[in-house]
Design a protein around this ligand. Structure first.
Ligand code: ADP
Ligand code: MG
Length: 232
């Protein structure tokens, strides 16, 4: 047996010259066109661009869920392309926090259980895990009574907080967030972006938030613009 993960220090995320295409009839559609991006630990970067510009594709490649046609992805200095499928999923579990555009909370579970289900998969100590889950949910602004609610008993903003807490539960070095404010009004959206800024500072994550909403970008460290698969 070889070990599936390699110890490496937290250096964040790097994409180098990444190109991604999708099949498009007889041709290929270029979703990412030689994209390069480096995000250091503790840095909050936003990628802003119109719908269809390639933002979700960028996150899918950074999340190691899609393999690019060319170029490389490094997570904490580790080149992802060289890894087996198994090693990639271990890396994802141990180093990445992902908040998808579509909330994928489980309808039958309470907020705290959404986090604990990850730990039961991992086989950790239930008691310690519950305390950690509760503390994390409290830190994103959900009190004890909200922590016992199921998704349909929470507001959109509260569900987004659960999504974020769940992404943080594995203590990721890289946090990837897709359009976290798109379903929220301005004030709630601003609160979520502020929360992500606080998390980036407190947890030292290399955070990438993609958005088509140019409204809330004064709160991030850096804004990059995406157009037709190019980062400018
Ligand atoms: P954004 O998140 O900025 O809206 P996407 O990354 O979702 O952009 O999409 C970029 C381009 O790739 C769009 O033209 C979209 O239609 C296309 N695309 C996205 N996913 C797929 C897919 N699975 N198969 C084919 N084309 C896709
Ligand atoms: Mg998208």
């Amino acid at each position: 047996m070889t070990t599936t993960t390699v110890q490496c220090t937290r250096t964040g995320l790097a994409l180098r010259d990444v190109t991604l295409t999708y099949p498009d009839g007889e041709a290929r559609l270029t979703a990412l066109d030689r994209v390069s991006l480096t995000v250091a630990p503790g840095e909050f970067t936003a990628v802003a661009g119109p719908s269809g510009s390639g933002k979700s594709s960028l996150l899918a490649v950074a999340a190691t869920l899609l393999r690019p046609d060319s170029g490389s992805v490094l997570i904490d200095g580790q080149e992802v392309g060289a890894l087996s499928e198994k090693a990639r999923s271990a890396l994802r579990r141990e180093r990445l926090g992902i908040v998808f555009q579509q909330s994928n909370l489980l309808a039958s579970l309470t907020a705290v259980e959404q986090l604990l289900v990850l730990e039961s998969v991992r086989g950790g100590k239930p008691r310690a895990a519950r305390e950690r889950a509760e503390a994390l949910l409290a830190s994103v602004g959900l009190d004890a009574s909200k922590q016992r609610r199921r998704p349909h008993q929470l507001s959109g903003g509260e569900r987004q907080r659960v999504n974020i807490a769940r992404a943080l539960f594995g203590e990721p070095s890289v946090l990837l967030v897709d359009e976290p404010t798109s379903a929220l009004d301005h004030e709630r959206g601003a609160q979520i972006v502020d929360l992500l800024a606080t998390i980036t500072r407190d947890h030292g994550t290399a955070t990438v938030m993609v958005t088509h909403d140019r409204d809330l970008l004064d709160r991030v460290d850096r804004v990059l613009a995406m157009h037709d698969g190019r980062l400018v």
